[in-house]
Write a protein that binds this ligand. Sequence first.
Ligand code: SAM
Length: 303
Amino acid sequence: MFSALYNNLLVSSESERQAATAQIITLLGEGNPDAFAAMLGLCNKVIQTQNALDRTADDALPREVFTATSSANLLRSRARVGGYVRALSRVPAGIETAIDAGCGSTAILAIATAVLHPDARIRAADIHEPSLRCARKMVELCGLEDRIEVIKSNVLTDRQPFVDLAVTETFASGLTVERGQDITARLSTIANEILPAAVILSATDSDDPDRMWQPCTTIDLSDPGKYAEGSFRASGTGVLPISVYAGFYDARGDSVITRCGSNNLTMPVKLGEVKAIRQGAEISFSYRMGTELHQEPPQLSAT
Ligand SMILES: C[S@@+](CC[C@H](N)C(=O)[O-])C[C@H]1O[C@@H](n2cnc3c(N)ncnc32)[C@H](O)[C@@H]1O
């Protein structure tokens, strides 16, 4: 299955490549490992042919900019890509224009949007030139270059046309480090629907592997707020380690990717420690989104 799909994408006619792409997207939504391997194999080949192998170490780039290899490797997370593909398939029919903001080297979300919304014309935007070269080639190999325009654009600062749907995966765990929440707030001004549309932050005060997560705040991703703030009840007393994790939801409140630790977006983030003198005390937290926590340490209190 994998090599047949892969070979179709590489050598056959445009309509056959489109059919193979549609089959791969369906299989990605089903979590089929061969489909992920096929897309990753294809993108790795494209990275070679586009001379987009990283000459700069990842940590020499700003944290929110991904090398072509790094964004291709994101295809290894079946929970992440599968969750987005299923969420894209739930977006009501009638999408005619869309943007994939931060398309990376695979342009996987633009490609999935094109397959699942056959009337849509899509703008796939990124700021990293080598990734864009790969994304262009990926779109061509998928037979979709008539419908997906791959362009260099900073989605935070450049003017964008109004679209029916804006999809982005520009997040790190707990909405720290990357600018996803700023990007969705911007996209909500140019799109009828954003995907994802909301985050629920859950918190815990235990390092126990079977710890209980308490949902404590919903973040509307169209809101340009700077701080993640929430509160929950202490499950014990003493000096308690506080962690949060983010679950992502679509505009209808359905899960995009919500299971704790299922991938890098939903990994727990340690905020610090707080002393609670009674069980049931209200523990409050506040931290700046889109930055490293050590740059501005989280505020924690128990009352
Ligand atoms: C986590 S990767 C996701 C890639 C791809 N969408 C996927 O789902 O596999 C985020 C991408 O967003 C790009 N990016 C970050 N900030 C951006 C901005 N302000 N404008 C456009 N692209 C941006 C990065 O260069 C990177 O390729």
